[in-house]
Design a protein around this ligand. Structure first.
Ligand SMILES: Cc1ncc(COP(=O)(O)O)c(C=O)c1O
Ligand SMILES: N[C@@H](CCSC[C@H](N)C(=O)O)C(=O)O
Length: 446
């Protein structure tokens, strides 16, 4: 059946053809596209896997992929401007395209793309004033801990590190001075789960001005949408799952409050931390394959977590029923992600495992197509001093696995060989089991 064309000189526009234009291929009725100024602009119309791929570049050649506008400055039609863009620090068409796409998949009205995940947190925390209080977790990515410590030591910001898995502990420190409640779930690297809706509720009840901020790096918008769970701001490291190939650094912030969005845009323009056109292009390309990568990474991670657990290791992964907060995790997320950690009971053994692995690269970071192995206390979390790590009960022997898309049997074979070579397992007639396995099969932590 003919449908109207955009020039209005096609076949007559009948009521039926108008209706057909609003049906997707499965016959689902689609809501009309929101106007750019509507509070729901950027919201999703299709399933997430479709929305990740579906974009319209609207450029003059109908290019299927957004061009890289590699230009620092833009010609104007008069001395008073006239062009939508003037200078790439202030705005760039490639970055704008990416930001609109990210807003859609993060269920936000506005997204902002910057040079790294830490850059995103820097933009957010510039909203703080001396005397403001921040409540955050006692298990956090090392760089987040470092920035908050800097703000505490240099900017007069009070930072409370509490066990954010316990809503009552958060309630106890909330006050009218609380400017931000900063949450990470699952936590990196102890994989503890935080009840975002409960903490958002109690925070807003006690102080309606407190901003609940969620670092969604460990899950990505594929698995969790914190803004739908009561958060005011969500940010994540685009260096991880969003880009997926460890070839760029990027950070993303998303909000629904236009005033907050404007304030953070001001900082980005004023400080010049917006994502470059080339990296915006690469992040846009990465995002399109997020669903398929995450699916494979999660399936692999689940197999590896089960493999380690079945051999007597204490494994931290929300895909395992043994995770103490399994139900909570699945009430806020659509998948377990691809980061897990386990303990061996002995730092030297852990070191030998990490160094014996071949397929698993010894690297920080996660969320990428290739699998990585690390010792967080020496690597990603080394900026947290040993005393604080001990107070926060971070086992020095903990090994973090970040699972990629390789063949899972190859990954398990390589890990098995590393475990055997490191002397982490005892060989028996039935196979092998963790050396320190206690009666109920779990390895006691050091
Ligand atoms: C949970 C988490 N948040 C934020 C960051 C910071 O991201 P980036 O390295 O892109 O600055 C990282 C890792 O670096 C992280 O693991
Ligand atoms: N030397 C870096 C370490 C980055 S860790 C990256 C990532 N968040 C992870 O958890 O692996 C630093 O000091 O920031």
């Amino acid at each position: 059946m003919a449908t109207p064309n955009s020039h209005g000189n096609g076949p007559a526009v009948t009521a039926a053809s108008k209706a057909l234009a609003r049906l997707d291929l499965d016959g689902h009725d689609l809501p009309p596209s929101p106007a750019p100024s509507s509070p729901h602009a950027g919201r999703r119309r299709y399933a997430l896997a479709t929305e990740l791929v579906y974009t319209e570049t609207k450029d003059q050649y109908g290019s299927s992929s957004i061009p890289i506008y590699q230009s620092a400055t833009f010609k104007q039609t008069s001395s008073s401007g006239g062009n939508e863009y003037d200078y790439t620090r202030s705005g760039n068409p490639t970055r704008t395209h990416l930001e609109r796409h990210l807003a859609k998949i993060m269920n936000a009205t506005r997204a902002l793309a910057v040079g790294s995940g830490m850059g995103a947190l820097d933009v957010i925390t510039r909203l703080l004033r001396p005397g403001d209080e921040v409540i955050t977790g006692d298990d956090l990515y090392g760089g987040t801990n470092r920035l908050l410590t800097y703000l505490k030591n240099n900017q007069g910001v009070v930072v409370h590190h509490v066990d954010t898995t316990n809503v009552d502990r958060v309630r106890e420190v909330l006050s009218n001075k609380t400017a931000m409640v900063l949450l990470e779930t699952p936590t990196n690297p102890l994989i503890k789960i935080v009840d975002i809706p409960a903490i958002a509720r109690v925070s807003h009840e006690i102080n309606s001005k407190a901003l609940v901020i969620v670092d969604n790096t460990m899950l990505s918008p594929m698995l969790c949408n914190p803004l739908d769970l009561g958060a005011d701001v969500v940010y994540e490291s685009g260096t991880k799952y969003l880009s997926g190939h460890h070839d760029i650094m990027a950070g993303v912030i998303a909000v629904n409050d236009p005033e907050l969005g404007d304030k953070m845009y001001f900082t980005i323009n004023a400080t010049g931390c917006g994502l470059s056109p080339n990296d915006s292009f690469l992040l846009m390309r990465g995002v399109k394959t997020l669903a398929i990568r995450m699916e494979k990474q999660q399936t692999n991670a689940q197999r590896i977590a089960e493999f380690l657990e079945s051999h007597g290791f204490k494994v931290r992964y929300p895909g395992l029923k043994s995770h103490p907060q399994y139900d909570l995790h699945w009430s806020i997320a659509r998948g377990a992600g691809a980061v897990l950690s386990f303990e061996t009971g002995d730092v030297a053994v852990s070191e030998r495992i990490v160094e014996a692995a071949r397929l698993w690269g010894i690297s920080v970071s996660f969320g990428c197509v290739n699998s990585l192995i690390s010792m967080p206390c020496r690597m990603s979390h080394a900026s947290i001093d040993a005393k604080t790590r001990q107070e926060r009960q971070m086992p020095e022997d903990i090994i973090r696995l970040c699972v990629g898309i390789e063949d899972v049997d190859d990954l398990i074979d390589d890990l098995s060989r590393a475990l055997i070579q490191a002397g982490a397992v005892a060989l028996t007639l039935d196979g092998f089991h963790a050396n320190d396995a206690d009666v109920d099969g779990a390895v006691s932590s050091a």
